[in-house]
Design a protein around this ligand. Structure first.
Ligand SMILES: Cc1ncc(COP(=O)(O)O)c(C=O)c1O
Length: 385
């Protein structure tokens, strides 16, 4: 981490934990074999791959055989939606998602819609919560899949996944959740939560980029997107990225051990930041749920300020935050998540996400609480609003 700069964009990506890097290193040189090779170079890493599957599965209380390693959450989410859609289209062609999914779900759904599938996008309340009753009402005879994000990447709201899962189970509809932001941060039990498919990602939890997984419950009917040599039980052909998966696995082990302590520490800092910002800055507003939110997420709207200018101004002052999500912050359109919770386009443009992480300190939060009000004052002075 760069000295004297404050990184508060852990929701976009996390630095790799030095312990993770150390674990990965031998897999670039000594242990480089192809898991499909019959010789000992290959078989040695094949065994490590299977042990990794067990660890990753353990963190969500799944079986090792139910984990498919992929390259990213985007890939896992594409596989979940398109793979279920194509494998089950004879049963029905209706899919339900929420209106605050990550773009890789929104765009996959749109892609399927163009190919004849029917998509229902559920509304959320002003805190970003999906109402399980709305899921119940939206399920039809031809519904094959419900996909609802576990914790939103922009506003941090944690959805009532267990209730939604129960409804899907009762109606015999597959239930997928994108847990990219929550896996490793809050407890997940796929059986207790009635989840059939779950996406998790390494680079959001101090592991390397290039590794993620899709949990696919036993007996779920799904088509692969990548065809080839039959890796990952035929569901994801391509030479396995063992070094990244080993890193992902070590990251899971660290999160499992540290989750409770880390969450408690981050909640304290998060709440201090929220309280400080709302007290010190006039016309500021917290987006997302006040309680049901990720331990590391804050998201504010500031009237009479433009989010992009604020992020640039803060960067000049040594603080890295983001407006909306990292993936959509390159666009100048207001965030679909903030619009879905009822913000006006102008309010959505004035949003700032500050997401905390493993190495965030109280001194850093204090510094942000000094710098941010000044930055906003300065921008408001030159604001055309
Ligand atoms: C909730 C959620 N889903 C999916 C993704 C996509 O992750 P990636 O770009 O690593 O594929 C992200 C990343 O921002 C995310 O936050």
């Amino acid at each position: 981490m760069k000295k004297n700069r404050i990184y508060l964009d852990y929701a976009a990506t996390t630095p790799v934990d030095p312990k993770v890097t150390k674990t990965m290193l031998p897999y670039f040189s000594e242990k480089f074999g192809n898991t499909m090779s019959l010789h000992s170079f290959g078989q040695e890493v094949k065994q490590v791959l299977e042990e990794s599957r067990e660890v990753v599965a353990g963190l969500m209380k799944a079986q090792a055989t139910e984990i498919i390693f992929t390259s990213s959450a985007t890939e896992s989410n594409n596989l979940a939606l398109k793979g279920i859609a194509f494998a089950n289209k004879d049963k029905g062609q209706h899919i339900i998602i929420s209106s605050i999914e990550h773009p890789c779900i929104m765009e996959s759904a749109k892609w399927l819609e163009k190919r004849g599938f029917e998509i229902t996008r559920l509304k959320v309340d002003k805190c970003g919560l999906v109402d399980p009753e709305d899921v119940k009402k939206a399920i039809k005879k031809n519904t094959i899949l419900v996909s609802i994000i576990h914790a939103n990447n922009e506003i941090g709201t944690i959805e009532p996944i267990e209730e939604i899962g129960k409804i899907c189970k009762e109606r015999d509809v597959y239930f997928h959740t994108d847990a990219s932001q929550s896996f490793g941060k809050i407890p997940i039990d796929v059986n207790k939560m009635n989840i059939d498919l779950l996406t998790a990602s390494s680079h959001k939890m101090y592991g390397p980029k290039g590794a993620a997984c899709l949990f696919i419950k036993e007996n779920v009917k799904i088509e692969p997107l990548l065809h080839g040599g039959g890796h990952e039980s035929g569901l994801r052909s391509s030479t396995v990225n063992v070094s990244a998966i080993v890193g992902f696995t070590r990251a899971c082990k660290i999160c499992e051990k540290e989750m409770k302590k880390e969450a408690e520490k981050q909640i304290k800092l998060r709440d201090k930041l929220i309280k400080g910002v709302l007290e010190k800055i006039e016309f500021s507003h917290l987006n997302g749920h006040p309680k049901k939110r990720l331990p590391n997420n804050t998201n504010f709207s500031f009237s009479f300020v433009e989010g992009e200018s604020l992020v640039i101004q803060l960067d000049l002052l040594g603080i890295a935050g983001s407006t909306g999500s990292a993936c959509s912050s390159a666009k100048l359109e207001p965030s679909h998540v903030l619009l879905a919770i009822g913000l006006k386009p102008q309010e959505a443009h004035g949003s700032l996400r500050l997401s905390l992480g493993r190495w965030t300190t109280e001194e850093e939060i204090n510094k942000v609480l000094e710098i941010l009000p000044e930055a906003i004052k300065k921008l408001r002075k030159i604001s055309p609003f």
